[in-house]
Design a protein around this ligand. Structure first.
Ligand code: KG4
Ligand code: ZN
Length: 364
């Protein structure tokens, strides 16, 4: 039986600076504090996250964020058993800021330091929220990633497939820009879609009729661009109803693609693991209610439980990194001061790299 551990963790891989304290044993943990400082306002004028601005902002507030997490938990560093930090994948400047801050804390306190894969944080979130047993099927859908994973244990994830180009969150963000909505695009598109007609534009659902669990979203984005160009008037303006219909039709195409491939992934997973019929979702796009609804429908057709974390634990946070640290502690040694920040860091190191990985190596 592992001993109860209290972990302070830091997350700074994209545009949220986060620190949290989580306590417990694997599969039975509770959040003592979770602080997230977003950077939406800083990037608002640029139509996307600017890596250099993000890195500076992380460096400025990480110490304040850590102090707030400890204060909210009513603890000091002396009460903590270990420090977890996202060491990749992500925007390198932000990841470096988090890793350096965590190293400083570990050096000053003598606490063990654990570098955590950001994707493991998302993929292990259902262990924090629901104490779900291994194995389970995980659909990770975020701004940078989209993959089906079988979580075998806290350090072994088997990828069944994923996007061969854009991640769904990236597609939401790009489509929001195309149709004149703000960032982050996901919540903006979801809000606009509520008053739109999802059947008005017949956008493609790429790869859905092909075997395998891979997905593709880049053609969808191009189709939205063409449809938008057909709608704009002589002054390059888009009517509010067109905007809503484009948002709704796009969201329906993403939801349909995810539903079709989830059905496929579930049949592969259930053939191997018939006694653990569970699908969990995680990542920012899992906050989307229309997507949750279609996934729930697919799960009921497969007699499979569907678990989706509360919205605040779908998007980036440090509680998931602290929980992943507690989960992984019994399986691995801490990292030393040699821990490095990695922009690319696949979670499944055994499967071949996904198509679309760049010159710097496999992203996922
Ligand atoms: O997991 P996350 O916070 O950061 C990454 O690791 O990528 O995910 C952020 C992504 C963004 O692309 C954002 O637009 C998307 O999640 N997102 C949503 C929603 N809320 C956030 N996408 C669709 N619908 C939402 N409600
Ligand atoms: Zn994330």
């Amino acid at each position: 039986m592992p001993e109860t551990a209290t972990v302070l963790a830091l997350e700074s891989s994209c545009d949220d600076t986060a620190a949290a304290v989580v306590s417990g044993v694997p599969g039975d943990m509770h959040i003592l504090s979770s602080v997230v400082y977003g950077q939406t306002d800083l990037h608002a004028g640029f139509g996307g996250v600017v890596p250099e601005i993000a890195a500076r902002a992380h460096a400025e507030v990480l110490d304040v964020c850590v102090a707030a997490a400890l204060r909210d938990a009513d603890l000091s560093l002396d009460d903590v058993d270990g420090i977890g930090v996202t060491c990749g994948p992500g925007l390198i400047g932000g990841v470096v800021s988090g890793v350096m801050t965590a190293k400083g804390l570990a050096a000053a306190s003598g606490l063990p330091l654990y570098g955590i894969n950001h994707l493991a944080g998302h993929a292990l979130t259902p262990r924090l929220t629901d104490g779900v047993q291994f194995p389970y099927l995980m659909l990770l859908v975020s701004g940078g990633h989209c993959q089906f994973l079988i979580a075998h244990n806290p350090v072994r994830f088997e990828r069944l497939g994923g996007t061969i180009d854009d991640a769904p969150g990236e597609a939401f963000d790009k489509v929001a820009r195309l149709i004149g909505l703000g960032q982050p695009g996901g919540p903006a598109v979801e809000a606009a879609a509520r008053s739109g007609d999802a059947a008005r534009f017949a956008f493609p659902r790429p790869l859905t009729h092909k075997p395998g669990c891979d997905l593709s979203f880049s053609g969808l984005k191009t189709a939205v661009l063409r449809a938008r160009d057909d709608c704009v008037d002589d002054l390059n303006q888009l009517r509010a109803q067109d905007q809503a219909d484009l948002a709704a039709s796009f969201q329906a195409a993403v939801a349909d693609s995810l539903a079709a491939k989830t059905a496929h992934a579930l049949s592969v997973y259930l053939a191997q693991n018939p006694h653990q019929p569970v699908l969990c979702v995680a990542g920012g796009v899992a906050a989307n209610m229309a997507i949750r609804t279609v996934l729930e429908t697919v799960c009921s057709a497969f007699d499979t439980d569907f678990l989706a974390p509360p919205l605040g634990l779908c998007t980036d946070n440090a509680a998931m990194i602290a929980a992943a640290t507690i989960e992984q502690m019994p399986h691995r040694a801490p990292d030393g001061m040699g821990l490095s920040a990695r922009p690319r860091m696949p979670l499944d190191t055994e499967s071949a790299a996904m198509l679309g990985s760049g010159k710097k190596g496999a992203k996922a």
